[in-house]
Design a binder for this molecule. Structure first.
Ligand SMILES: NC(=O)C1=CN([C@@H]2O[C@H](COP(=O)(O)OP(=O)(O)OC[C@H]3O[C@@H](n4cnc5c(N)ncnc54)[C@H](OP(=O)(O)O)[C@@H]3O)[C@@H](O)[C@H]2O)C=CC1
Ligand SMILES: CC(C)(CO)C(=O)C(=O)O
Length: 335
């Protein structure tokens, strides 16, 4: 099986190292200095103390159809990445967008989602829903200046077709390759519900971490930050309940924060590096759906307004308390 990995950031590097080190035929795409370094040194992952290294093919863009392609870019970069790698995606290629947030395939009929997640309609035009496997990745990954990745929890991937009429077994071969590489891959009963469960963690923590510079465990330990995270989670859960999904409790979220330790969320990593934040898929798309259902998300809206008004991100520690003051928390979350 030929596997293409588009994007050699945190997720792409970790996937390429695990798959490549376990004998899968992998080609990764990268740009500039990162491409040169992968060609010279391969890809490296330290997975909870176990090193994985693979010398794999690296190209600026895929040049031949693959059996499966993992899209390991930020959600807002998906259209450009798919267009640039069109030669690697044939009609028989399985396409796996490894993005956080609401994915473009979540509700193809929603114009509201399309406007945020696939503004030019390129993803819907180029990708047949029957070839897309929805994915939810549970992994905490970061990289050092040399591009070597470190991950601190068991790599766990939920994977399933997104179109109702696709053979649910499609992707079974890919699943076997992933499991052989130590990635715990399985098919959830409902891939959309799995997306929302992960999104509960992201929507509650990523913007808050980018604003304040705090890790997941810091958010879990600090009463003010935790209250804000739980307030956003409550707003999101209310929309999900109206849409027919029961999401896990604040207790689940609190445990996740403390278990994750001092991990800087992917959005905090972006804020520190001055990169575009993944706010469309993680915040604006769900807010749009909630708005459409007549539900407001005032605490999330206030955090977004503060992110937009911040002169630089994350805010210095001295400015943290002022940034959190006056957030519209429900009574239950006020300390
Ligand atoms: N970090 C984590 O622990 C986790 C992240 N996620 C999610 O996974 C997704 C990927 O995140 P992550 O790996 O952290 O992101 P990174 O920013 O680390 O990596 C993104 C990669 O995409 C490349 N890229 C950007 N635009 C394009 C393009 N147009 N064509 C080709 N390549 C492109 C970048 O290359 P360049 O550097 O050249 O710009 C970079 O290598 C996100 O949705 C994130 O939220 C999910 C679970 C955990
Ligand atoms: C680890 C986690 C769940 C944090 O919210 C994540 O997915 C991210 O950092 O983007």
């Amino acid at each position: 099986m030929e596997i293409g990995i588009i994007g050699a950031g945190n997720v792409g590097t970790a996937m390429a190292a695990l798959l490549g080190a376990h004998g899968a035929r992998v080609t990764v795409t990268a740009r500039g200095a990162r491409l040169a370094r992968i060609r010279a040194e391969g890809v490296h992952l330290d997975d909870r103390g176990t090193p994985h290294h693979a010398a794999i093919a690296a190209l600026p863009r895929l040049d031949a159809p693959q059996d499966a392609v993992f899209l390991c870019v930020k959600a807002q970069d998906l259209p450009e990445a798919v267009a640039a790698n069109a030669a690697g995606i044939g009609p028989g290629t399985l396409v796996v967008p490894m993005v956080n947030g609401l994915p473009f395939w979540f509700d193809p009929a929603s114009a509201e989602l399309g406007a945020v997640l696939d503004p030019g309609g390129l993803l819907r035009a180029r990708l047949d829903p029957a070839q897309v496997l929805g994915a939810v990745l549970l992994m905490t990954i970061r990289r050092d200046a040399a591009g070597r990745a470190t991950s601190t929890n068991t790599p766990t991937l939920s994977l399933a077709p997104v179109a109702g009429d696709t053979d649910p077994g499609r992707g079974a071969g890919l699943m076997a390759v992933l499991n052989a590489a130590g990635i715990r891959a399985s098919a959830p009963d409902d891939i959309r519900e799995a997306v929302l469960v992960k999104l509960l963690a992201n929507i509650a923590t990523n913007p808050l971490s980018a604003l304040t510079g705090c890790s997941l465990a810091q958010i879990g330990r600090d009463p003010g930050l935790r209250a804000a995270a739980f307030a956003v989670a409550g707003e999101f859960r209310a929309w999900a309940a109206a849409a027919g999904y029961a999401l896990p409790s604040d207790r689940w979220l609190g445990d996740l924060l403390l278990d994750a330790g001092d991990f800087p969320t992917s959005m905090l990593q972006d804020a520190r590096a001055g990169r575009v934040l993944e706010l469309g898929a993680i915040c604006r798309a769900p807010m749009g759906l909630a708005r459409g259902a007549g539900l407001a998300m005032p605490c999330l809206a206030a955090i977004l307004a503060r992110l937009e008004a911040a002169p630089a991100l994350p805010l210095p520690e001295a400015a943290r308390a002022a940034a959190l003051a006056g957030l519209p928390l429900p009574l239950a979350e006020r300390t």
